[in-house]
Design a protein around this ligand. Sequence first.
Ligand code: CTP
Length: 405
Amino acid sequence: MNMNIFQGRSVLLGITGSIAAYKGVELASRLTQEGALVDVILTPSAQKFVTPLTFQSVTGRKAYTDEDLWGGEGHVTHIGLGRVGDLLIVAPASANTIARIAQGIADNLLCVTALAARCPVIIAPAMDAGMFSHPATQANVSILKERGVTFIGPAAGHLASGLVGVGRMEDTAAIIGAARWKLGHDGNLAGKKIVVTAGGTQEAIDPVRMVTNRSSGKQGYALAQAAIDHGANVTLISANCSLPSPFGCKLVEVSSAAGMLGAVLDEIQDANGLIMAAAVADFKPVQIAAEKIKKDTGLASIELEPTVDILHQVANRRGSLANLKCVIGFAAETEDLLENARIKLKKKKLNMIVANDISATDAGFGVDTNRVILIKQDGSAESLPLMTKIEVAETIIEITAQILE
Ligand code: CTP
């Protein structure tokens, strides 16, 4: 059931002459662990930093060098690699290789492959800050961006020169995120906009205190990633989460239920799907103290009033939102799970509700696993076994794609 975007996909990984070549080893290893078939191509300068054997050891596959360009199989290799790839990543990419690819110079196996490849290309530059900001490099980057190449980084930080500047190769996780986004482009949600909410809202009592809940945002972020893996154009409305946002999504950060309501109503105007995974506060303090409430002043009680129910507001507008064909809610319950979830499904006019028993220690808030029951519009219920939140997200997104078909 768990679709892994990398499983069985052919990823060509170009390594060029940069000290960041050692980070390319980590990237090759991660891609392989994710299930990709990774064919590494080293330029002659890359081999001054790392060896083909290093990559063969982590990918379990041959790593290519210019010797293969001129070897017995050279006539096949030189365009063959470019043809089989689902994705070409050049990481680290030196200024020299970026210039060669931009100008169509094909004097080593990596550049020949880049010229022959018809798959998407991601480039992660790594060089001295002065080389990256040089007009020549910037012009080459612009040419490649115009041709649809995705650049990731470089990041700011300590450089091999001892200076601090923009030139460091992006982290492996960020490059993996960009690769997922590219590989997902032709998925079954391509061309669809999906809005996902995540996290727990905070309702202020005074400038330092608030009413909130235990939501970590893990399920919502996993949903956003799964939707990107399926090619969707994703807006992630996030309340108070400290998770890295998936590459390729539009992140809208909010704090309170009112902030989330405004963001949701804005974003659903042109959306095809909405998945409300956020734990929205049901109550907020009637008054927010302008100054910090002092201990000596005392606070006998906090008067609360209901917040607006976002899904109710969406339900009221569905008649005028022709594209919004799939609205999914969550039901966090501690008792009478099915009955309460079915009531919410009807009241909020949902296409599906994901019910979870948050009293279990291995499911719900904060943990990496979830045990949910999916209840569809017709009332039918499907109990899923204990799964990771990533697997739950994948299942929900598959159903979303079916509803939007
Ligand atoms: N929700 C919402 N707006 C709120 C509260 C909740 O849109 N003000 C959404 C949640 O994101 C979730 C669904 O409604 O998708 C159900 O949330 P839940 O907290 O389980 O139910 P409530 O409707 O708040 O009812 P109760 O707290 O009484 O169980």
